[in-house]
Write a protein that binds this ligand. Structure first.
Ligand SMILES: [Zn+2]
Length: 146
């Protein structure tokens, strides 16, 4: 099943709003029609391909029942964009978005940024993140292989 490019673009637009709100520079985040995410600011631009098809194995079987199907499609699009954005920022040594209170990464869950610290809490809707809530951190050490 091919991912819906309009759905992916809506998420990219929301993430662009959050990038602009929480990081210096004028960020842009958009998805080309060939499923390549283009992200960057005045500092430079990165391109990262997103898989065109939903990886059904990424989701439990019940995610594809009639009850959850639409929700799963939304979640899949949101996660695909968030992961690509985070991978692209990683090439510049940036980790984003990071919860200011707990220094922990945020991930999108049902359209809301959720903190991955032990004190799991929701911060804001994706697209409505504030600089008081989240920031980016710069890796000081080179990435180590696990
Ligand atoms: Zn937190």
């Amino acid at each position: 099943m091919q991912r819906d490019i309009e759905r992916l673009r809506r998420m990219a637009q929301l993430v662009e709003d959050d990038l602009r709100a929480t990081m210096p520079g004028t960020w842009k985040c958009d998805l080309r029609s060939d499923y390549v995410l283009v992200i960057g600011s005045e500092q430079g631009v990165a391109e990262l391909a997103i898989a065109e098809d939903v990886d059904r194995d990424n989701w439990p079987e019940e995610a594809w029942t009639a009850e959850y199907h639409d929700f799963t499609i939304d979640e899949d699009a949101n996660e695909a964009i968030a992961e690509a954005v985070q991978d692209a920022l990683g090439t510049w040594g940036l980790r984003w978005p990071i919860c200011r209170e707990h220094s922990a990464p945020l991930s999108p869950c049902s359209g809301v940024w959720a903190c991955s610290s032990a004190i799991a809490h929701d911060l804001a809707d994706v697209g409505a993140l504030s600089p008081q809530q989240a920031t980016a951190t710069h890796e000081t050490a080179p990435l180590q292989a696990p």
